[in-house]
Design a protein around this ligand. Sequence first.
Ligand SMILES: C[S@@+](CC[C@H](N)C(=O)[O-])C[C@H]1O[C@@H](n2cnc3c(N)ncnc32)[C@H](O)[C@@H]1O
Length: 288
Amino acid sequence: MHDAMELNRRHWDDATEAHARGNIYGLEDFRRGMCRLHRVELAEVGDVSGKSLLHLQCHFGLDTLSWARRGAKVTGVDFSPKAVELARLLASDSGIPATFVCCNLYDVRDSLPGGGTFDVIFTSHGALCWLPDLKPWAQIIAHYLKPGGVFYVADAHPMGRIFPTEADINENPGIDPARPFFPYFGAAEGMRWPASADYADPTITTGPSHDWQHTLADIVGALLGAGLVLEFLHEFPFCAWRAIPAMVQVERFSDSHRYWGMPAGTPSLPLMFSIRARKPETTTTTKE
Ligand SMILES: C[S@@+](CC[C@H](N)C(=O)[O-])C[C@H]1O[C@@H](n2cnc3c(N)ncnc32)[C@H](O)[C@@H]1O
């Protein structure tokens, strides 16, 4: 495995331990029957009953199992052994049929047989920044979708990643938190982050990590390049976590489950995007 992704795998094992405690990530809410999906993806993915659904980077499966409660036949993929172990435990404790595969997304073909097998492929909130290269990611999506099947992603808008984080502000006294601090056009080698406070539980420190900035054009371009047809691209003035320190809660679903946006009276910014793309029913091949 790419060294940076191995570092990330350890980071996500740490994060899983933090997120599994109490109701920090909504585990207790989920056990009480609450749906862990946000309203935008629920509306935009639509009815999944009877459909086969592959969830990429599923963490410990709260969203995967929430889709299953809505009638989908679910498979989740994640490379953190701790996350997958917890996902399997939650599925069996809740009596929800689900398959969880533990592997690096880029190696998924070695662990998940078949192709053209899923009606829906889903990924969300904090997934794409962990991937060094979106071209093979999009090829994997095209490989597993049935002809006519739908890919859906809702994630933080890459624009939201250009501002300094809380840690950057603390370490650089006097910087303007409203001025861009990171480039929008990220470098191929990505960014190394030191061990830091966990986003869901700042009292816990998770190990160092490495991530990559992908522009909106990189994301759309990868999907089009893999032969998918874009159905829509939406932008929203809020996202699923407090990506910029100035953000405030603008919608609340539960203690651990909200949308955050810029405070009233400040200009709105694109903070989340969603994309739905379809694999064509037939692929046209041109004769040489
Ligand atoms: C922010 S979490 C996704 C959260 C999910 N949307 C949720 O709300 O539960 C990102 C996930 O991506 C997984 N991940 C990161 N890089 C990966 C890779 N190369 N292959 C597979 N999973 C990966 C991590 O283990 C982690 O569970």
